[in-house]
Design a binder for this molecule. Structure first.
Ligand code: SF4
Length: 238
């Protein structure tokens, strides 16, 4: 097992090898064991990112590392319910919520690019309000955890439980990659985990308000994101 002190000095190539080896070795491990490995290996240079759709991964991580950093991207376009979920997580869970914001407010972006950039060029809007702020916010970390699951959409079907995020040059941990929606629901019920109220209101995946709609019967969980715009991911996980 590689300890925190040793990983702090590893090169990108060594970190990539470490991540890919862990991905193979931990493929069948539980979410808690995957997070245990990540927190033991990276210590304070590990964080969880959360869209505040639910607090499942934050809850799991807080069980192995109380006070773990939970990074939330406030794009300025979130539903009130999402901000409320972030505030509730901050208030009741043993985690350290860190809110990242884009360099420009929505009003400043409107002034520079025109209003409703999300309708005209969602890739640019996501780049400015999600991808860039996350890149900057993750600078101090070597590894980050996500709530990606293979069953969410075809684009996520091959998500490794631990992999190398080449764009950000970080180890990317997806402890619930093998979970199904039923697994998530069971964990939420068993542990009373906070979830976004919109999940009870027809939304299966919660993103920015202008780019999220309720899903229809039989659609996959992410079908309500950028519906009709030929876009399925914001660029955070590309
Ligand atoms: Fe902009 Fe929509 Fe992306 Fe949010 S999801 S950053 S509103 S394009």
């Amino acid at each position: 097992m590689t300890g925190t002190a040793q990983t702090a000095t590893l090169t990108d190539e060594e970190l990539r090898e470490l991540a890919e080896r862990a991905g193979r070795e931990l493929e069948d491990a539980s979410a808690l064991d995957i997070l245990k490995w990540a927190t033991e290996t990276f210590g304070p240079r590990f964080c969880v990112t959360s869209s505040m759709e639910d607090a499942v991964v934050a809850h799991l991580a807080s069980r192995v590392l109380p006070g773990v950093d939970v990074v939330f991207l406030d794009t300025g376009y979130h539903f009130e319910e999402t901000i409320g979920t972030r505030d509730a997580v901050d208030a009741v869970m043993d985690v350290n919520v860190i809110t990242l914001t884009p360099r420009r407010s929505v009003a400043e972006q409107d002034a520079e690019h025109g209003p409703r950039l999300h309708d005209r060029d969602p890739d640019l809007c996501c780049a400015l309000r999600k991808v860039k702020p996350l890149e900057e916010g993750l600078t101090g970390y070597t590894a980050w955890a996500t709530g990606l699951r293979r069953d969410e959409s075809p684009t996520r079907a091959n998500t490794p439980v631990v992999g190398w995020d080449g764009r950000r040059r970080k180890v990317k941990v997806s402890p619930i990659a093998r979970w199904t929606q039923d697994d998530v629901d069971a964990y939420v019920a068993e542990h009373g985990v906070l979830t976004n109220p919109l999940l009870m209101d027809g939304y299966a995946s919660v993103g920015c308000a202008p780019c999220t709609r309720r899903v229809l019967e039989g659609e996959d969980a992410r079908a309500g994101r950028w519906a009709g715009r030929g876009k399925t991911e914001c660029g955070l996980h590309g």
